[in-house]
Design a protein around this ligand. Structure first.
Ligand SMILES: Cc1ncc(COP(=O)(O)O)c(C=O)c1O
Length: 387
């Protein structure tokens, strides 16, 4: 057994980021400024998005994108129950109602068929989540959105570096389309907390730019700087969702290592897929039939409780006793009473999500894992499952 605890995720932040944070602090410009603008530019070039707008979390980004689309009271927004709370919460905080559509148990992504079945006269938008970094079947989802005149906000919190049919997630998809990324410390890159909204829709970009700074036409950096002009307009009521230059300092350093980080993630997953393939009671993630590049934010096999003879909680506890951390992404949202109350979705109504929700577990996956760490996880899973 290893003698130190291996967490399920840990960020890798370089010394140049730490030096650049210190530079921001010493410069006296700590809020959104030149480093955030550089981060947005780098991100836009990487994804191919004409507009990349930095915010202080993906939660803020999803909220801004939905607000910019005019989603509000009386509207419905179709999304997946296999996601983090913020996907549904941001819909709720626009005043709209989240409508959960079922997933596919192999890809864990929302399916076009279930989206189609959930469309009503009130539907305004679809929020697909690229689960773990496996892109949803966007052509099919796009076709439904086109046919019903719906907007699409991709929850790309897991999907930085992923691509669908040769196009990066975040690349422009047309009007009333956006993709939102997260830089929480467990994600493919981090800024401590942070998010980015990518869009090709100029009108959406302009609205988001104002919405993230209390609806103001100009940010502090172009009002108070040497060349700034103190005048401003308030275009609409907004919120304070801007990224700081301290966060962007980390982001600028992280972007330089994104390709390397994602290659390492994929390499670790290749070992898991090969060396855990014969483990009884473990169902490994499956491929989707469309063409894509996976960004492997998390590695989430399913625990076959009937085969193993003990619960997932017991699996996680046994892994912990062997000094290996695991995590739970996610308990399907409609199984929490607060979302059942708000959406009316009851247990039994989303069987594929419930199947996955009861069995899923996340094994350690982060770029700084050594080959020995990966071997320790594999050994621990084999040992726990063989008992
Ligand atoms: C699928 C999904 N959506 C949204 C979010 C929210 O991201 P953030 O923590 O940056 O607000 C997360 C974060 O874990 C997530 O996993």
């Amino acid at each position: 057994m290893r003698d130190t605890f291996l967490p399920f995720a840990r960020p890798s932040v370089d010394e140049d980021a730490i030096a650049d944070i210190a530079d921001s602090v010493r410069s006296g410009w700590l809020a959104m400024g030149p480093k955030t603008l550089k981060f947005e530019q780098t991100f836009a070039e990487y994804t191919g998005a004409p507009y990349a707008l930095a915010v202080n979390s993906a939660t803020a980004g999803l909220h801004c994108a939905l607000m910019a689309l005019g989603v509000g009271p009386g509207d419905e927004v179709i999304t997946t129950p296999m996601t983090f709370a913020s996907t549904a919460n941001t819909i709720i905080f626009t005043g709209a109602k989240p409508v959960f559509a079922d997933i596919d148990r192999n890809t864990r992504d929302i399916t076009p068929e279930s989206i189609e079945n959930a469309v009503t006269k009130r539907t305004k938008a679809i929020v697909p989540v690229h689960f773990a970094g496996l892109p949803c079947d966007m052509d099919a989802i796009e076709e439904i959105a086109e046919r019903h005149g719906l907007a699409i906000v991709e929850d790309a919190a897991h999907a930085l570096g992923a691509s669908y049919k040769g196009r990066k997630i975040g690349a422009p998809r047309g009007k009333r389309r956006a993709a939102v990324f997260s830089f929480h410390p467990t994600k493919n890159i981090t800024t401590g907390e942070g998010g980015m909204i990518c869009t090709g829709d100029e009108e959406m970009a302009e609205k988001i730019s104002a919405l993230r700074q209390n609806g103001m036409s100009k940010g502090a950096w172009n009002r108070y700087g040497e060349k700034g002009d103190a005048g401003y307009d308030i275009l609409m009521p907004g919120l304070k969702y801007t990224m700081t230059d301290i966060q962007a300092a980390i982001g600028n350093s992280q972007m330089k290592r994104l390709a390397e980080f994602n290659a390492r993630r994929a390499g670790i997953v290749r070992r898991y897929m090969t060396e855990l393939a014969d483990v009884r009671g473990l169902i490994l993630p499956r491929r989707a039939p469309w063409e894509y590049v996976h960004s492997w934010h998390i590695f989430t096999p399913l625990i076959d409780v009937a085969e193993l003879g003990f619960s997932r909680a017991e699996f996680m506890a046994r892994m912990k006793r062997l000094n290996i951390g695991t995590a739970l992404h996610y308990q399907a949202l409609h199984l929490f009473p607060c979302y059942e109350r708000l959406t009316g979705a009851k247990r039994g109504s989303l069987p594929e999500a419930e199947y996955v929700s009861e069995r899923i577990v996340s094994l350690p996956l982060f770029p700084a894992m050594t080959d020995a760490d990966v071997s320790d996880v594999i050994k621990a899973v084999r040992e726990v499952c063989s008992r």
